[in-house]
Design a protein around this ligand. Structure first.
Ligand SMILES: NC(=O)C1=CN([C@@H]2O[C@H](COP(=O)(O)OP(=O)(O)OC[C@H]3O[C@@H](n4cnc5c(N)ncnc54)[C@H](O)[C@@H]3O)[C@@H](O)[C@H]2O)C=CC1
Ligand SMILES: O=C(O)CCC(=O)C(=O)O
Length: 432
């Protein structure tokens, strides 16, 4: 296998990381078998009445990787390239990451194969509601709790939560997280993935005695996770020298201001078509346009990957000149590229730790909903910081002690927790 993988190889590639962990921490027998496969995989067809009266049917999936530590948890992706293989892989990563940061959840993920940019707002709402009707039998606060992912957001979660309430004939806010605060969403959830990634970067930088103001960062992607990371990192003093979207990238030696970029993005402006600096707006006064993937090869201190999986692969890994990689997206570096970076001594702060801010605050939303509470945003952010600090330090120390990469240390930490729970449930269980 070489170069950028299609989804056909994605799950095998993701799972290949498991075998090393099984051997290293001595996972045997039942636990090993159970962790190799998802526990439930549902394929659905979602019929949607379009505004012109025609009917379109969109394929979708919801996969539960395991429910060993708790109910399945993970986002829903709307994307034209979504496949069952991709959703399965993403659910596997959810299972690992929830265990890595000690959340009482298994892994879940959902997807609908659709280009949401081609739908009107009402068509999108009908699709969101139709998807919930299709998967409602396997959802619920103790079974499977969806949340936002690529091309879905709080508005979409609000429609989904409303649909689930209708089906349940009552209010079940803990069945979906990432909702708008007015519908029981947690304050701080929208920015949580970016905020969490910044905490992990900060904790690592402090260990390396690296100051934010001496650190340049290039960010692939400019969606929810990337923007909040960029905004908070800029506030903290990091120099954001480049960002990209699916059509192109921009670069500034001086550093970009993320807010005027986002303001123009919300008006559907592509990075290449924006106003960079005039009397009313200034992103930076030395902006250069780059080809989209040139960003991946810039000489920067940190390359933050916040778009999709498989972005750094066998064919481009040798052109990566960054001194460290921060995985905000799920699975942006293939396992072969990862090995090459490890050999070259380029540290990778792995997805299963670096992007857990989102699911951690989703967990806080679920706890608030179950207890009928509303926490102040500072409280949510403080708890997020505290959990990430504790779990990150365990991983950094383990990596140092066992002389392994941060990814291997994180996987060992997560899989150990799941394997212990499997063992403690006894030998005669035939279901989860
Ligand atoms: N939203 C969340 O809470 C969480 C998201 N993630 C992961 O973070 C990643 C991004 O998710 P979101 O920000 O939510 O999605 P989003 O839909 O808000 O943004 C995705 C961004 O990626 C850009 N993009 C797509 N292909 C690209 C390419 N080849 N080069 C450069 N940019 C490209 C798009 O233009 C868009 O700006 C995904 O891997 C997602 O699974 C992980 C944890 C939680
Ligand atoms: O907030 C959540 O439950 C899950 C977010 C997600 O999909 C992810 O971490 O990849």
């Amino acid at each position: 296998m070489s170069g950028q993988m299609d989804h056909a190889n994605l799950f095998d590639d993701a799972r290949s990381r498991l075998e090393e962990v099984f051997d290293a921490i001595g996972v045997q027998g039942d636990a090993r078998e159970r962790l190799r496969q998802p526990s439930l995989s549902l394929q659905v067809s979602v019929p949607v009445r379009m505004d012109d009266g025609s009917l379109r049917v969109f394929p979708g999936w919801r996969v539960q990787y395991n429910n060993i530590l708790g109910p399945a948890k993970g986002g829903i992706r709307f994307h034209p390239e979504v496949s069952q293989e991709e959703v399965t892989t993403l659910s596997f990563w959810m299972a690992v990451k929830c265990a890595v940061v000690d959340l009482p959840y298994g892994g879940g993920k959902g997807g609908v194969k659709v280009d949401p940019k081609q739908l009107s707002k009402l068509e999108l709402e009908r699709l969101a509601r139709g998807y919930v009707r299709a998967i409602a039998d396997i959802m619920g606060p103790d079974r499977d709790i969806p949340a936002p992912d690529v091309n879905t957001n709080a508005t979409v979660m609000g429609w989904m939560a409303d649909e689930f309430d209708h089906l349940a004939r009552g209010k079940v806010p803990a069945a979906i997280t990432g909702k708008p605060p007015a519908l029981g969403g947690s304050l701080g959830r929208v920015a949580a993935t970016g905020r969490g990634a910044l905490h992990v970067l900060d904790l690592w930088a402090a260990r390396e005695r690296r100051k934010p103001e001496e650190t340049t960062v290039a960010i692939q992607g400019f969606g929810n996770a990337a923007y909040h990371f960029a905004r908070l990192a800029h506030e903290r003093g990091y120099r954001i020298v480049a960002v990209s979207d699916s059509k192109g990238a921009i670069y500034s030696r001086e550093g970009l201001d993320p807010d005027p970029i986002m303001e123009q993005k919300t008006h559907n402006q592509r990075l290449h078509d924006m106003v960079y600096c005039d009397d009313s707006v200034c992103i930076a006064d030395d902006v250069e346009k780059l080809e989209r993937d040139e960003l991946l090869t810039l000489e920067v201190d940190v390359l933050a990957l916040a778009a999709l999986e498989n972005q750094i692969h066998e064919d481009n890994v040798d052109q990566v000149k960054a001194r460290a990689v921060l995985e905000i997206a799920n699975g942006p570096v293939t396992s072969q590229a990862d090995e090459r970076l490890e050999k070259r001594g380029v540290p990778v702060l792995p997805d299963v730790l670096a992007n857990t801010g989102g699911v951690i605050v989703s967990y806080y939303e679920w706890v608030q909903n179950r207890n009928g509470e509303r926490w102040a945003e500072e409280n949510v952010n403080a708890r997020l910081a505290e959990r990430l600090e504790r779990q990150s330090q365990l991983i950094f120390e383990r990596a140092e002690r066992e002389e392994i990469s941060y990814r291997k240390a994180a996987y060992r930490q997560g899989i150990e927790r799941i394997a212990e729970a499997i063992q403690l449930r006894g030998n005669c269980q035939d279901s989860e």
